[in-house]
Design a protein around this ligand. Structure first.
Ligand code: DAH
Length: 355
């Protein structure tokens, strides 16, 4: 199934998105207390100008590459971030908006090609230092509102970052399970954007909602947001209690954690270059991920090995696949059937020679 068949009819519309929809009720509450308007966002198909050019992305920015972005045609793509709607929101002055976003990516427990982001803008006619101070205070209180009851006192730090459309850019990290985890990015809206729209200075920020929700409910696998299994969905059916902070969330209880099953598949890449074709950018692993993603019980794909086969004068790649279903033990025979089907797809769609 191609990505086009999965594009959401609207943001947060899947049954498994229930925990995200709940979380958004809390977010709406926080934002409304700060007089932020919720902006309405249209189709995920936007122009390259909206997604990149108007946000001052350099022509050679890696985010633009075909291996990271789903292009529709020479003018349009599936938005890779909620920031693509910033320009149309600026007249609201204080606003946030939420949308589905699309990126070609690897298969693992924290990446899925469709996810959700929230972006916001807050215009205040103040000098830069005050804009940044305001942004920091706002976002620290947002993170603390969201997570403090569930995680306990949240330790946070700001680190320098780069985004093409902001300056004095920063990322906010939180200390979680013994390491610093990047949670959101923000900065002062670039002067060129300010001038183009003739607006006051202000700050902007963006955050991934699945990641925040996984922290809030202790959800370990992003694929669960695509589950139709009642045992997952039912766990999020209680009342939403709006208050000064998001009340402690019952940690999500995985309804099963089956043993993983590992399988390797190897294939030749028609490539006689000196360097590993993945590192050299001559073979795009995301083409393989796009195919393998259709197999729901596949948890992770890792490149295990790459070597040059002198007789064949081709590169040989070996992938380690981790299979694990949420609700049942996979029999070896079933997995072998999946593997055979995957190999067929890789031959038919990518013209690869399997080993
Ligand atoms: N769009 C950025 C991303 O997807 C996140 C972001 C960073 C949004 C800074 C912003 C911002 O509005 O000011 O990684």
């Amino acid at each position: 199934m191609s990505i086009w068949k999965r594009v959401l009819p609207q943001p947060l519309s899947q049954p498994g998105h229930l925990p995200l929809r709940r979380m958004v009720q809390y977010i709406d509450h926080f934002m409304s207390q700060r007089e932020m308007h919720r902006g309405i966002v249209g189709s995920p198909k936007v122009t390259i100008a909206q997604n990149f050019d108007n946000l001052l992305f350099p022509k050679d920015h890696p985010g633009r590459s075909k291996s990271d972005t789903y292009y529709c045609d020479s003018r349009t793509l599936l938005r890779t971030h909620a920031t693509c709607h910033q320009n149309e929101m600026l007249s609201l002055k204080k606003a946030y908006w939420i949308c589905d976003t699309y990126r070609r990516d690897e298969i693992d427990r924290t990446h899925y090609p469709i996810f959700h982001q929230m972006d916001a803008i807050y215009l205040i006619n103040k000098p830069d230092e005050e804009v940044i101070a305001h942004m920091k205070a706002f976002l620290e209180s947002f993170v603390s509102y969201m997570l403090k009851e569930t995680l306990g006192q949240v330790e946070m730090r700001w680190v320098d970052a780069y985004f093409p459309f902001t300056y004095n850019s920063l990322e906010l990290e939180i200390f979680y399970r013994d390491q610093w985890l990047e949670l959101l990015g923000g900065g002062i809206i670039h002067q060129d954007i300010q001038k183009r729209h003739d607006i006051q200075p202000g700050w902007a920020f963006g955050i991934g909602l699945e990641r925040l929700c996984m922290l809030l409910y202790n959800i370990q696998d992003i694929r669960l947001f695509w589950s139709r299994d009642d045992r997952f969905i039912k766990q999020f059916s209680g009342e939403v209690q709006l208050g000064d902070s998001v009340p402690k969330q019952m940690p999500f209880v995985p309804f099963s954690r089956m043993q993983p099953c590992y399988k390797d598949i190897s294939f030749f890449v028609d490539d006689s270059g000196q360097e590993n074709p993945i590192d050299a950018g001559r073979f795009d692993m995301n083409d393989v991920h796009d195919i393998l993603r259709d197999y729901e019980d596949l948890e992770e794909v890792k490149v295990q090995d790459a070597f040059y086969h002198p007789k064949k004068q081709k590169w040989s790649l070996c992938l380690r696949l981790t299979f694990r279903a949420w609700d049942r033990t996979l029999e070896n025979e079933q997995v072998m059937q999946l593997i055979n089907d995957m190999k067929k797809q890789m031959v038919d769609q990518l013209g690869l020679e399997m080993r």
